[in-house]
Design a protein around this ligand. Sequence first.
Ligand SMILES: [Zn+2]
Length: 492
Amino acid sequence: MKKVLLIFACCFLFLCGCGKIELNINKVSKDLNTYTMELTYNSDHTLIGKQKLNYKNKTDTFLKKLCFHLYPKAFAEGAVNKPVSTVNINKAYPNGVDYGDVEILSANVNGQTSEFTYSGTDNNILNVTLLQELEPLDSVQVEIEYKVYVPNINHRFGYGNNTVNMANFYPVVAVFENGEFVLDPYNSNGDPFYSDCSNYDVTLTVPNTYTVASTGVQEKVTDNGEQKTYNIKANCVRDFAFVMSEKFEVAEQSVDGVKVSYYYYDDENFEESLKAGVDAVKTFNKIFGKYPYSTLSVVKSNFVHGGMEYPNLIYISDEVEGSDYLNVIVHETAHQWWYGVVGSNAFRYGWLDEGLTEYSTVLFYEENPDYGVNTEELIKNTNNSYVTFVDLYNEVLGKIDTSMNRHLDEYNTEPEYVYMAYVKGLLLFDNLRDVVGKNKFEEAIQTYYKTYAFQNVTPEHLIGIFEKVCKTELKSYINSWVEGKVVIISMN
Ligand SMILES: [Zn+2]
């Protein structure tokens, strides 16, 4: 995600950028779970979903149930873990506070009706009982029918005055690791999501006044005079999302075999916006390794924060303007590499993808001087902004905790999270590049991308790759940043 914050009355812009690596999604997708979805979006802002999940037990545990996240529960009336912090309520709900929800209508396992229960603070976890224990390497088909109530809110999930944003709306199976399902709750800070790469085969029906931007490839669109039906395929992606609008215009350009589509309204500079997406794909293909998908949709939308990443689809808030707008496009495009292809638990290690994504935008501006961003100045300003934040925090609120390895619900304030994950994250990667040198840094990042494509990583994986490529011990150096021991001083 990209946040644009006003901190201490000082407007701080988070400037937060070799084609030899080729990833083969057709090969990898053969061994992944598959969601087959039939979705119908109604004009009363409800969605009826029928989904079949073919799930293979890749753990070494006998599974008695599958757990699914029900993220719309955070948007329900009375939810404890709310989708927006108090300071953002007016911005998120310009038409007044509204609520959403998801209701599970039925669950079937291998064609037989199954029991299901809710758990979690806000009933945000769905547990579907398997009729018999699922042995390691065995597969099961779980069919769920549900109804989604979409709230009027400018958020990842919700409809606004211009767009309907449909992300995190369906029951998504939780990641299983270290002997259990990972069931971290929603949080208004950061992106509280974590999921495995899967395949999606989606039939989406909507009122025919809408144009849909989505994850994956839209293979066919039919129109019966009232409704449009989109047949969409997305292999090897860790989520499925779509945004639709009655106002969308579309501009497209291909780069390195990737069709970049810009969905917009009210944008006189649409060619410039499209170009930023195209330039970002081209640049990151070159310095990290090739984007493995055939589409990327850059989507202007009603969104309370600056932008948001989903596989093959990024939200850019219509409240962001000028060079900030282009910067958000670059940031969210970089997330296709750090989140989309190389996944991580964004609830527990926010800095791992956000820090590297912010630093990717610095690398983008280095490679693209025509954007007019002096990256040395940018690093200096970022460094000094961090120092000012820490000093003021210590003075006003007491001793600041500068550790970065906290869960989203362990940060005291939203600015504290943003400074530790994004700002200090950027500085960590820049300092690491100074320590190991530009060439080794790029080699390590490319190796990290190639080695962990379509997998889930932790900070240890990143450290391991850097140590291997640079042939030196770096764990204590990186951990001194992560654990909050390093002292950052002002730059002149
Ligand atoms: Zn981000």
